[in-house]
Design a binder for this molecule. Sequence first.
Ligand SMILES: Nc1ncnc2c1ncn2[C@@H]1O[C@H](COP(=O)(O)OP(=O)(O)OP(=O)(O)O)[C@@H](O)[C@H]1O
Ligand SMILES: [Mg+2]
Length: 431
Amino acid sequence: MDREVFQEQYGLLGSSDAMRQVIDKIMQVAKTDITVTLQGESGVGKDVTARAIHAMSERKNNHLVIVNCGAIPEGIIESELFGHEKGAFTGANESRQGYFEKADEGTIFLDEIGDTPKNVQVKLLRVLENGEFFRVGSSKVQTTDVRVIAATNQDLWQMVQDGSFREDLYYRLDTVKIKLPPLRERPEDIIPIFRKFVKEYSAKYDSVFKGFSDEARELLTSYRWPGNIRELRNVAEQLVVLEKSQFVDKEKLQKYLKGRQHEGSADNLPMLSEKPREQQQQSSDDFDGKDRELVYRALVELRNDIADVKKMFANFLYSTFSQKNLKALPASVRDEVDMDNSEVGGVNVNVGDSGSLGMQSMPGQKDIEEVEESELSTFFDSDDIPSIEDAEKFLIQQALKRFDGNRRKASETLGVSERTLYRKLDQYGLD
Ligand SMILES: Nc1ncnc2c1ncn2[C@@H]1O[C@H](COP(=O)(O)OP(=O)(O)OP(=O)(O)O)[C@@H](O)[C@H]1O
Ligand SMILES: [Mg+2]
């Protein structure tokens, strides 16, 4: 297969020298069983690349199991990865396969591998070296035949220096490292990729994008693109929808490039305009366009916020409540948990089965089940569905209470960064 066909088929765009080298390397290793580590900032295409490698490999007809190591609470990651035996811990009512078993004969994609706790890193090393692992609670060695793709946006070598990443695992992962360059280091890719996206969205929304002024085009290529291709895709989508049939000049484009750069922002979307009220006033002629823009942006932000809350909620339930308590929740709430766990755990396998929801005793954690059970039922038993803000506030308060105000642990349990937690505390005026 030649490079262009491969790129077209797997949606990995870019024809800069840097990208060509990357694609050649991907194509060289895809068909082998060699462990590949993808390194790069958020939005550069680590996910797309992992899927392409699997799809091009001999294993393509078997499972690709995607595990986001950063999203699984520390206390249960080992049993999620390697499975457990019945009775291995409180709530382990049945034995259960882990992701390494589910991925047998296929590929496992360990995303955000830098977030794996150190005690689990040693177990990863073993499975990477000879395919051997133990289920939690078992002394019987198991084997699996998986191809491993790992990804990180952290500097693993720096983490080795800091003592948070094992050196032996680092070297094991370092055999084939593919560094996906940020968009700003290959500016010649920006316009062609942007054009592709515009074409795609114009067809999707049945809309016409008129084009840029020279200055706007220059800005597009000189902008930093902190959210990389994800951000470029979002900007293309917004321009197609909001600047339909309009010629886009530099000032207009600037509005879309105020990348929201805080950690935890899923999409690096532009924020709602922060201009003072009077500057936002518009003539009635203008009403349509500006209003539509505001509504559209608000909707996109809302979509992201809902995704954040769902993730927080699922993580919280997942790591806190016993099977019994989860079953007592309204079906709609349980569905959310199932849905999110399948996002956390994999694409081609159903990891959201109810067997995965058992409570496990997490080390160093007090037993809060009884205290919180009543609060939770008061919260959900009422006929009124709580607002997203109330639900979020409730979860944050519970998480902080559970860890005696320790914000690091609370944010881990909620599955958000500490910074996001601080922002939410501030937003809700919580102490
Ligand atoms: N080379 C590329 N060509 C076309 N689209 C791309 C490319 N790289 C990334 N994208 C698009 O950008 C978005 C983000 O890509 P992806 O999820 O693979 O990034 P990532 O590196 O895994 O980011 P994160 O670290 O945030 O998980 C997706 O919509 C994807 O389709
Ligand atoms: Mg990713």
